[in-house]
Each structure stands twice: as structure tokens, then as C-alpha cells.
Design a protein around this ligand. Sequence first.
Ligand code: HEM
Length: 439
Amino acid sequence: MATKTPAETEIALQRMVTIYVVTGLLFLVLPGTFLGVWNLVSISGRHSLAGLAPAWLQAHGHAQIFGWIGTFVIGIGYYSLSKMGGLQPVAVSRAWASWALWTGGVTMRWVANVSEFQWRLLLPVSAALQLIAFVIFFVTVSHHKAQPGKTKRAPIETWMKLVIAATIAFLLALILNQVETAVLAATAEHPVIPHWLDQRYLFLAAWGFPVLAVWGFNARWLPVFLGLREPSSRGLLAALGASACGLAAALFGHLQIATVLLLIASILATVSLSVFRRPRKPAKTQGVSAMFPAFVRGAYLWLLIAAALGVYAALADTHGGVWGASRHALTVGFLSTMVFAIGQRVLPAFCGMRLLYSKRLMGASLAILNLGCLLRVASEVPAYEANIRAAWQILPVSAVTELTAVTLFAVNLGITLLLPPPCPAVARPLTGTALSHPS
Ligand code: HEM
């Protein structure tokens, strides 16, 4: 086979990451958010979480965490680490293999959960496909070398340690998923993880790899994008330590200890990244919404709210309302705000040196997302826990508000990817490091 030129490899990498992004967006909109809205409207109609098929709730959660966030993380991981050296030609073909297995696995899981069709077979097979896809990614990126031309590996920087920890947490979550689904297929009546186990597993799935990945990428990018001071390495490593202990405590069922440790980790990460300190330099907002820095800071407020609500939930939740509010302050308020903000900042460039289609759509998607999250988090506790009528009426409004935000985000990125790039696709040299030198 003819060897590819650097320019051809670059284009192949951009095409690959574009397909990952489009796949993630599809999981976000339909199996993820649309089903989430459907679930919340049903729960609000019954005035209770009880009675709604838990398999549908779990199908929604899996599609969002693995189908959306997971697909983005794997695609961006392949792209960025390929550019950091060493793996270009082989990474492209492996990335496609991972994509096919991963997309097949996540889709199969959703269908099995929602329809219960052949679920005893589909559930463990779907977990195996996801695990194999991720192992290919894991093996590929763990062999990545330093910059081409440099023989010695540089010491591992703190942001990279966080990203490595996130990758390990991701692998652990998928191994647990494999074991859980095999046990369910052999013993359960429906494709539903029992509540006690699901609750522990969700700590790893939500607070594990997505949060650690955000802290890692933020440590690399926020000093450039927001002009923040360089993060404190010691503080970030302390946050990582507290978070790892919190996740371990959650897996063993010590939820009060786990939530306190995750609160400590969140405070440490926020302080160490200097998110709320006066920036050193002006933020770089060219090509994106001028509110970009405010939304990134707002995401950290949501992180602290999610962590504090988690402590409250472990002490006082009776009907799932405080856990739900904490989970969505984290997944919608922190993670989704961060992906909407940073994603619209970096993905157009990764996917072929494009410019974001609309700064105003970006600002609108983020503002509406935050409004929806505020309505949701503020009304879920009084509705579920105290059965307050007005709060039950706000919940469906919050769901539709969040769906609107998600649609705007997907439309903005979708049009960005459909329109031809303003400059030739290979504007950035292949040896440029997307992660090392964010521009
Ligand atoms: C339109 C936005 C969303 C709506 C309307 C929604 C709705 C829901 C509902 C009704 C539940 C059941 C538990 C509860 O009542 O709190 C739930 C659970 C969950 N959601 Fe969402 N959600 C949305 C967005 C998201 C996002 C963006 C993520 C992740 C990135 C996410 C992750 C989860 C997870 C992990 C669960 C737990 C599933 C389980 O019990 O195993 N959700 N969601």
C-alpha cells in the first residue's frame, strides 16, 4: 500500500474526528436528550419517579454519558494524541475500527434497554463491543511517543496525568459495565441494573472519566483561552487524589464519605485552576461568543452546586429528587456547559480548520442550557421530595428548555461541519500539537 503523505494523513484524521463528533451529536439529541425529556414529562405527569421503567432511565443515562461524552472523548483523544506524535498512519485505521465497534455497542445497548428485544444477548454483546473499541483506543494512545524527532519522553505534565486518570476511570467503567450486563443476562428479569449498584456505578460514570477529563483539558487550555494563571500542579493532584478516594468509597457504598471527598476535590480543582481569580491576560474570544469565559466560569459554579447537593443527597434524599438534582447539576450544568463552550471553541478547527457557523447561536445554546438546568435543579428537589405542585409544573418546561439548547448546539456544530472550510483543510502542520499549543 502506498505510504500516505502528511497532508493526506491530516485530512484522514480530520475526517475521522468529524465522524466521531457527528456520531456523538446524534446520540446526544435522540437516544439521549429526547428520551430524557420523554422520561421527565412522564415522571411529572405521575408526580413520581416510581413507576417509570428504570430501563428507560438507564438507556437515557448510557446514551448521554457513553454515546455523547464518551464518543467525543475517544474521537478527540485519537485526533489530539495522533498530532502529538508517533501514531498517525496506524491511528486512523484503529480509530475507524473503534468507531464501528463503539457505535454498534452503544446503539445495541439503547435498543436492548428500550425494547427488551433479545436483551439477554444484546446487553452483554453491546458491553463487549464497547470494551473492545475502548481497549483498541487505550492500547493505541498508551503507545504514543513524544514529539516526532525527540527521542526522550518529556516528564508527564499534570494535565496529562489527569487525562490518563480519566482514561483509566473510563476503562474501569466499561469493565464494570461488562460484568454487570453479563450478570443481568444470567439472573435478571429485565435489562435493569439494580438501584443500589446503579447508584454506585453512576459515580464512576459521571464523576469519574468525564469530570477528570474536563479538569485535565481545562488545565491545558484555560490559561490560553481565558488568560488564567497557570494551574497549581499540587492542588490538581490533590483534587485527583480526593476524587479517586471518593470514587472508591462510592463503589464500596460509603456514599456520605464519597460525596464529601468529591466536594473537597471539586473545591480543590476550582481553586487550583484559578477559575475565579483575576486573569493574567484577556480571554481569546475571536470566532466564539463573547460570553464564552462567563459560561466556563458558570460551569464551575454548577460543579460546586452538584458536589454540595451530593452531600445533601447522601444525608437526606428520600425519593431520588436530591440525587437527580445533583446528577443533572453535574451532567447538564458542568459537563454539558463545558462541552458546549469548549467544543464550539475547538471542534471547528479540529474538523478541518473551519470557523464556527454562528457565535450568536453558541451564546443562545449556552444561555438556554443554563436556564433549563437552573429550572430543573431548582424544581427537582421540591417536586420529588416534597410533592409541591408548582415544582412539578416547572419540570417539563425545564426539559423542553434543555432540549432547545441541545438542538441549537447540534445545529450550530452541524452547519459548521457541513459548510466548506474557509481555507484549505491542511492549514495546520501535521506536527502541530492540538493539545500542546491550543490556538
Ligand atoms: C434535556 C436534558 C435532560 C433531561 C430532560 C434528563 C432527564 C433525566 C431523567 C428524568 C432522569 C431520571 C432520574 C431523575 O429523575 O433525575 C435522568 C437520569 C439520568 N440522566 Fe438525564 N436528562 C437530561 C440530560 C442529561 C445529560 C446531558 C446527561 C449526561 C451528560 C444525563 C445523564 C443522566 C444519567 C447518568 C442519569 C441516571 C440514569 C440511571 O438512573 O442509570 N442527563 N435524566
